[in-house]
Design a protein around this ligand. Structure first.
Ligand code: VG1
Ligand code: CO
Length: 684
């Protein structure tokens, strides 16, 4: 094949969000749209590679292949120039090449600094448009591309493949393009997405995604392989081509092998197998027609002996069967019904354990019989039990971490177990640095993401295996006994020990983007005046002598003042009784409000504007954020949390328990006024 340069113009809005670039398929199908983004990524990464290696090499021969120039220079001098300013001091013809096509640089001496000679993984959740995108890699001097069979690899499997897989010739991957829009729906009228993962198997950090975005704004040309014959990606095997840089291979491999091997090295499969084979334990897994299906049969049925009938929607489909591949109580309807939750629950006795995954299988939802485990509780419970129940952690946990809006259930466990603890912004990319530095073993997000340092992505099937391990451990002497320890039992015991964090998230999807920004700006402004905020936080309505009074009190001091004023008209005794009856004692006062900002403890980088927080005296929290994964309009996320230590109060329904805080949040933010919405699109 030949490599040609194609002229192009920048597209607006190619800014990678919380997890890559996600847009409607029709947006991606515009001429040059995908190519621009891929080239911008190559260019961003090549520059990074040159910088990274500045200290590592002394002298090297570099060849600018596309222009057929070979120059021997001192590397330090060269790298110094590239780092400071690419435009300086080189003869014109070379500079032009550097600036426009850093990807075509190669450094010999055994070390490839550019993509020439590199191995890249390209695969995804198999959604519509994936096949078209797979063909792109050849042009940028990549030596070989690894593709999961049928271009299917779950996001965690990609991470595992980058870290663990060794090619037949000893090659290792230096990164991956993951083709997925994760939990967003797929098909010609829905979403497609692409993101780049680094050599450690984790998502590109903000420094790189920012540079990619800058590149998309100035891109003038991209490289593309011409006349590259189609490869049959349904067949395992290596196909070789001859291109301008020499041989180019497409290596199609089994999507599950490396991942299954990794899972077997982490968990005690034998003890899980025993649990699953107990007639008292019943199991159910729903892949929502996402890529998890490609792993579920291999792991749960073939390795662990579950019944094939326990798998729901485990055939991956380009459009996820028309569904929304997001594992929560709203979208995983079939599973929810089977587990005896929700309205349409069946007459049949539900399974003991149920779980679901999202499109790219990095998310998980854990359910017990007629019981929902919040993701925030799930990570806390895994952390609390990991050392005993999971062989990989038997040496102890290095630390734990959660995203900012995730409930503080994990904090309490960290405190009890005296573990290092970190709170990072939303999105998995922030956990990677902690793990690379050996500071974190287990982490999670409220958005159904749980994982560990075995890879650098959250991992849906890992989370299920972690829960099965805990159940197997708790039941190890009990499999023939009277009654098994259940998911619900484990969660309730956890609450009894650590207290319970009532938690809910309200999503307002596809809200007018301007209105959403205005709401956020309003909330930031409000923070400067907590007295104003507390008018909403402790609003009191009550009756005195049959008449209805209503007033707002600014925290405790004002309550006393109001008491005094009103008492001029009524007997003090009457009023005291009414105050006890009436004041909203269910919500405490806001003592702090801020916009979350994170300084990475490893590299010192700072991420600002990561969500607006209202922190209450009793530990309750309200958090407001704009989503960074949507493809249309804006999505406002409202996170509501309340901590209850009193063992007599930990058994309520969470929506009931949180109703007062929800009410405060909606009034405080003027949600309906700004968005026109009287109810959220999804509650999780
Ligand atoms: C959402 C979640 C976040 C998660 C991200 C990617 O982001 O809130 O916790 O890391 O999705 O998950 P946002 O910006 O929309 O709130 V996945 O499974 O879609 O890659
Ligand atoms: Co996902």
């Amino acid at each position: 094949f030949k490599v040609v340069r194609v002229e192009t113009k920048p597209y607006d809005g190619q800014k990678p969000g919380t997890s890559g670039l996600r847009k409607k398929v029709k947006v991606f199908m515009q001429p040059h749209y995908l190519e621009n983004f891929v080239q911008a990524t190559f260019n961003a990464l090549s520059a990074e590679k040159v910088r990274e290696s500045a200290d590592a090499l002394q002298k090297v021969v570099y060849t600018v292949y596309k222009e057929s120039l070979s120059v021997l220079i001192d590397l330090n001098r060269f790298l110094g120039l590239v780092c400071q300013n690419v435009d300086h001091k080189f003869p014109d013809n070379i500079i032009v090449t550097l600036r426009h096509n850093l990807a075509s640089l190669v450094f010999v001496d055994g070390i490839a600094l550019s993509f020439l000679g590199a191995t890249l993984v390209v695969s995804g959740d198999g959604r519509y448009y994936s096949k078209e995108a797979v063909q792109l890699g050849a042009a940028n001097g990549v030596r070989r591309i690894w593709v999961g069979q049928n271009s299917l690899l779950s996001t965690p499997a990609v991470s595992a493949v980058i870290r663990e897989r060794v090619g037949s010739d000893g090659s290792k991957a230096s990164g991956a393009f993951i083709l997925t829009a994760s939990h967003n729906p797929g098909g010609p009228h829905e979403d497609f997405g692409i993101k780049y993962n680094m050599e450690n198997g984790g998502p590109a950090p903000e420094g790189i995604t920012d540079r990619i975005f800058e590149n998309t704004k100035t891109i003038k040309e991209y490289l593309i392989a011409e006349d590259l014959p189609d490869v049959d990606i349904s067949a395992i095997g290596i196909t070789s081509f001859s291109g301008p840089e020499g041989q180019f291979d497409v290596d199609v491999f089994d999507s599950a092998t490396d991942y299954v091997k990794l899972m077997k090295s982490i968990f005690d499969f034998e003890s899980i197998r025993k649990l699953l084979s107990s007639p008292k334990f019943t199991f159910c897994y729903d892949a929502l027609h996402g890529v998890a299906g490609a792993y579920a049969k291999r792991i749960f049925v073939e390795e662990l002996g579950a019944q094939e009938s326990s798998l729901l929607n485990c055939v991956p489909k380009e459009d996820f069967g028309g569904g929304h591949p997001d594992p929560n109580l709203t979208y995983a309807k079939e599973l929810v019904a089977r587990m005896g939750l929700g309205k349409s629950s069946s007459e049949v006795e539900p399974p003991e354990f149920g779980a679901a995954a999202d499109g790219d299988a990095d998310r998980n939802m854990i359910l017990g019989k007629r019981f929902f485990v919040t993701p925030s509780d799930s990570v806390a419970i895994i952390a609390a039990n990991a050392v005993q129940a999971i062989p990989y952690f038997s040496g102890g946990l290095k630390g734990v971490a959660r995203s900012m809006p995730t409930s503080a259930a994990l904090d309490v466990v960290a405190k009890h177990l005296n573990l290092k603890f970190f709170e990072v912004p939303t999105g998995w990319k922030f956990f990677g640095n902690l793990m690379d530095a050996g500071l974190c073993s287990v982490c999670g997000e409220e958005s159904f993401g749980t994982g560990s340092d075995h890879i650098r992505e959250k991992d849906g099937i890992w989370a299920v295996l972690a829960w099965l391990s805990i159940l197997a451990y708790r039941n190890k002497d009990n499999l023939n006994g009277e009654k098994l320890e259940t998911v619900e039992g484990i969660v309730r015991q956890h609450w009894a020990t650590y207290g319970r964090h009532y938690y809910t998230r309200y999503d307002y999807e596809n809200v007018d983007a301007v209105a959403a920004k205005e709401l956020m700006a309003y909330l930031v402004k409000l923070q400067s005046d907590l007295t104003e905020v507390n008018k909403y936080a402790s609003h009191a309505t009550f009756k005195i002598c049959g008449a209805k009074f209503s007033w707002s009190v600014d925290g405790r001091a004002m309550a006393l003042k109001t008491h005094f004023e009103v008492s001029q008209f009524f007997h003090i005794i009457d009023l005291t009784i009414c105050l006890i009856k009436g004041v909203r004692s269910d919500v405490s006062i806001v003592v702090e409000a801020d916009e979350f900002e994170y300084k990475d403890p490893v590299d010192g980088s700072i991420s600002k504007h990561q969500g607006i927080r209202y922190l209450f005296e009793d530990g309750s929290r309200l958090v407001f954020r704009l989503s960074g994964t949507g493809s249309e309009g804006a999505t406002i996320r409202l996170y509501i949390e309340q901590y209850e230590k009193d063992p007599t109060k930990i058994g309520s329904d969470s929506q009931d328990a949180l109703a007062p805080l929800v009410d405060v949040a909606l009034k405080l933010s003027k949600m309906q006024e700004f968005t026109g919405r009287s109810a959220p699109t999804v509650i999780t």
